[in-house]
Design a protein around this ligand. Structure first.
Ligand code: FAD
Length: 410
């Protein structure tokens, strides 16, 4: 990061006066809330657009699911959160607080004091945070952003309307937009030869809430992520059999899983057949009732129009300098929260401090060309290391956790 005074050729030169800086934040999840706080600390006028009826984003659990259990239908009514009812955090609370507002357990019988608390406790923490820093009053609830696009004079037009309504939408002009819309809503599903004729039930973990629908069934669960691990064990308590199909696994771990008499680990699915059979890559097969895809999500910005300066290609959002700033549009458009396999809340806080500092002229970005070269060098390094494009924002190998990990005991 360059300090103020370094020459820059961004889209529009930053004026010295900040008096009129008007910034839109899209989304009031953890990222949008902390971004709004950092922007307000710089003295900007901030509007946070939130389509839901409360702040908290992902942490607003709902038992509602989408009409298409795979979450693929383009005109389905979308449910934002992917939480299942039993979800507890997979990070200890010490790693989930913002730096100056730790996520400490409260002496209150209505709160969850555990170190890896249930999802409601995280929502309560985010609401406490919004109240403590006066962010709630910046948020326009039930207001869906339909369009964000550049207008003349390098400003941004944001069109929004009351969520779920057919209104045409209201136009407003902003100096800058920070996108914080989350990336755990649009499912990615596994491509399985023969699946179109396979007669069983298919569902993505986005639409999984409770295990009961799988009572006495034979279930194949694809994926070995945190959600996959949680859900497979939860389903095993009610299902007849659970078979996990994973792309990666530790040698010697295939087969029946210790501690369970109805849970198996397999290599990936090879194909499925009309008679309900599921074949795995090692030649083994089973007759299954359901396939549960715990296969992750796609980045999606249906409202964003950037004249091609930002695209999503095989889950790479780019080009973005340090996963935040599109070089040509920086700093007037930025993204908070894209990286995954990170300590999310801390990262959101640091990203938003940087954005706020740049917008207020305290910090300076490198030139457009330097940012673009940096992005290209990063992409080349991914290519050289054989990292697929879809892992561009996976920072598991980069983050210094700086936080002592503890193991969650159920
Ligand atoms: P979100 O929380 O998704 O918020 C985005 C907001 O934008 C939403 O409120 C949404 O309604 C709004 N929005 C979207 N589009 C529009 C629009 N067009 N107009 C207006 N508003 C819009 N993280 C942890 O730290 N610990 C955990 O244990 C953990 N467990 C997880 C378990 C699961 C199953 C999942 C899916 C995620 C988990 N995470 C966990 C990651 C979690 O997503 C982040 O912690 C964080 O909540 C993401 O915040 P966000 O603000 O980026 O996105």
């Amino acid at each position: 990061m360059a300090i103020a005074g370094t020459p820059s050729t961004t889209m529009r030169q930053l004026p010295v006066s900040l008096a009129s800086r008007h910034v839109a934040v899209i989304g009031a999840g953890a990222a949008g809330l902390v971004t709004a706080r950092e922007l307000r600390r710089e003295g900007f006028s901030v509007v946070v657009f939130e389509q839901g009826d409360q702040v908290g984003g992902t942490w607003v659990y709902t038992s509602r699911v989408e009409s298409d259990p795979l979450g693929l239908g383009p005109i389905r009514a979308t449910v934002h959160s992917s939480l299942y009812r039993s979800l507890r955090t997979n990070l200890p609370r010490e790693c989930m607080g913002f730096r100056d507002y730790p996520f400490v357990s409260r002496d209150d019988p209505d709160r969850d004091p555990r170190r890896f608390p249930g999802h409601r406790e995280v929502l309560m923490y985010l609401k406490d945070f919004a109240r403590e820093f006066g962010i709630a009053e910046l948020v326009r609830l039930e207001t869906e952003v339909l369009h964000v696009g550049l207008v003349e004079d390098s400003k941004w037009k944001v069109i929004s309307r009351k969520s779920g309504s057919d209104e045409a939408g209201v136009d407003e002009i902003f100096d800058a937009v920070v996108v914080c819309n989350g990336h755990f809503t649009e499912p990615r599903v596994a491509e399985i030869p023969g699946v179109n004729k396979w007669p069983g039930k298919q569902i993505h973990s986005h639409n999984y809430r409770v295990p009961e629908p799988f009572q006495d069934q034979i279930v194949v669960l694809i994926g070995s992520s945190a959600s996959g691990a949680d859900i497979s064990r939860e389903i095993a308590a009610v299902a007849k059999e659970v078979h996990i199909a994973a792309r990666t696994f530790v040698d010697g771990t295939l087969g029946k899983q210790a501690g369970y008499d109805n849970l198996w680990l397999h290599p990936m699915i090879e194909s499925v057949c009309e008679d309900g059979t599921v074949y795995f890559l090692d030649g083994s097969f089973i007759l299954a009732d359901a396939i549960l895809h715990c296969t992750g999500y796609k980045y999606d910005f249906p409202f964003l129009e950037t004249d091609g300066y930002v695209t999503v290609d095989d889950n790479r959002v780019g080009p973005l300098y340090k996963h935040i700033f599109p070089p040509v549009l920086a700093p007037w458009l930025s993204f908070v929260g894209l990286p995954c396999k990170v300590i999310p809340f801390r990262m959101f806080e640091l990203q938003s401090k940087w954005i706020a500092g740049v917008l207020s002229n305290r910090l300076m970005l490198p030139s457009q060309q330097e940012m673009m070269e940096d992005v290209e060098a990063f992409y080349s390094s991914l290519e050289v290391s054989g990292t697929p494009k879809r892992y561009t924002h996976n920072l598991v190998d980069y983050q210094n956790f700086g936080c002592h990990f503890a193991v969650r005991v159920q």
